[in-house]
Design a protein around this ligand. Structure first.
Ligand code: UDP
Length: 370
């Protein structure tokens, strides 16, 4: 009999399993995929660690989280500074003095602020949705060229129907600072995220290619408790209807050139380009292999966002009012399952970044294990 069956070998599941084992518990981890690491899985192709389920850049302000994860990986000094491509015009992200200079020709912070203030006047009162929030942060010009098209492709919804918190993830700065994140600590694990997860799962029994939901009775009978990190609505067989998610499809290409776009991420912010962004994975590691040699080839991934349907991989929860209400109904059921703990981006239907995931699972471990 296992003390814990962990369903899902992603970041949340792997950390729980690691902590449970350290606390002397008997643990089994299962995953329906043939690989560990969930959506942070990286695969090595031509010496490049390819982020198979989308780019993941670790960043946090939480020192405890940073120290914790550094036990399992050494992080490089990568700093995310994506470029926006709007119909061939290139802009710096996040919104900063380089962006404002290119957009309006302003040179000083004072001039930039004046321009933004003029434009944000059109929003009076508390912003009610993402569009109003964006305009009140940076004005209409930037909204139209760098936010609207990208966001509507990414979420498949009108910006007036999206919650404003999504855009608050992006900083706005009156300095020449292209660092996308406001984070004290940032980097990519040297050797890839899969290696980091394997370090967490060291000496823990893992079974891949097995579907918990299809064999629930059997799996429930072999463990005292279940840590479930899959989609909460799937667990309950979508009985109240499905929660909405965005899914992502990737078109990967191995190119026989050393440099395709000169940056890890280029966002296509117009509405007509069908992909949202192109990731060139080698730049997460400065174009070098593990021994510091320049890599002759490159791997790129075009990212296409789509509405999730049964059979697709869920990536992003759509945390609008309607879905959050539906989630609460599932959460009520989940709270009554004494044997099962629901966790992670899918189990809690929250747009968690990796650092937040670590924070919540460590909190959960405190309550559960010690
Ligand atoms: N966003 C945007 N333009 C960009 C990049 C981001 O409008 O060039 C908006 C968009 O609404 C997106 C949100 O900011 O959903 C959050 O972007 P982030 O890069 O944090 O998303 P993730 O990397 O998690 O997909």
């Amino acid at each position: 009999m296992y003390d814990y069956l962990v369903v899902g070998a992603g970041l949340y599941g792997a950390i729980f399993a690691h902590e449970a084992k350290n606390a002397g518990k008997k643990v089994l981890v299962i995953d329906k995929r043939s690989t560990v690491a969930g959506n942070i899985y990286t695969e090595e192709i031509e010496g490049i660690h390819v982020h198979k389920y989308g780019a993941h850049i670790f960043h946090t302000n939480n020192k405890k989280v940073w120290e914790y994860i550094n036990q399992f990986a050494e992080f490089n000094r990568f700093t995310n500074s994506p470029v926006a491509n709007y119909k061939g015009e290139l802009y710096s992200l996040p919104f900063n003095m380089y962006t404002f200079n290119k957009m309006w020709g302003v040179v000083t912070p004072e001039e930039a602020e004046k321009k933004i203030n003029e434009q944000r006047k059109e929003i009076v009162g508390e912003p009610k949705n993402l569009e109003e929030q964006a305009i009140s942060l940076v004005g209409r010009d930037i909204y139209e060229k760098l936010i609207k098209g990208y966001t509507e492709k990414q979420w498949g919804r009108d910006c007036r129907e999206l919650p404003s918190f999504i855009i608050k993830r992006l900083p706005v700065r009156l300095t020449f600072d292209n660092n996308y994140f406001n984070a004290l600590y940032q980097g990519i694990p040297i050797g890839g995220y899969t290696k980091m997860i394997n370090n967490l799962l060291k000496d823990i029994k893992v079974e891949l290619n097995v579907d918990y939901l299809e064999n629930k009775q059997k799996y429930n009978s072999i463990a005292k408790k279940i840590i479930y990190t899959g989609a909460i609505d799937a667990y309950f067989d979508y009985k109240f209807g499905n929660l909405e998610y965005r899914s992502v499809k990737f078109e990967n290409e191995l190119l026989d050139i050393p440099n395709f776009q000169g940056n890890a991420a280029v966002n296509y912010t117009d509405k007509d380009t069908p992909w949202t962004r192109i990731i060139e994975h080698k730049w997460f590691e400065f174009g070098k292999d593990i021994d510091g040699n320049d890599l002759p080839k490159t791997v790129i991934s075009k990212e296409y966002s789509s509405e999730w349907k049964l059979g697709d991989e869920p990536y992003y929860p759509v945390n609008d009012v309607k879905n959050n209400e539906l989630y609460e109904k599932y959460k009520n059921l989940a709270d009554k399952q004494n044997k099962v703990i629901f966790g992670g981006r899918l189990g809690e239907y929250k747009y968690y970044d990796m650092d937040k995931t670590i924070e919540v699972v460590l909190d959960m471990c405190q309550l559960e294990l010690y």
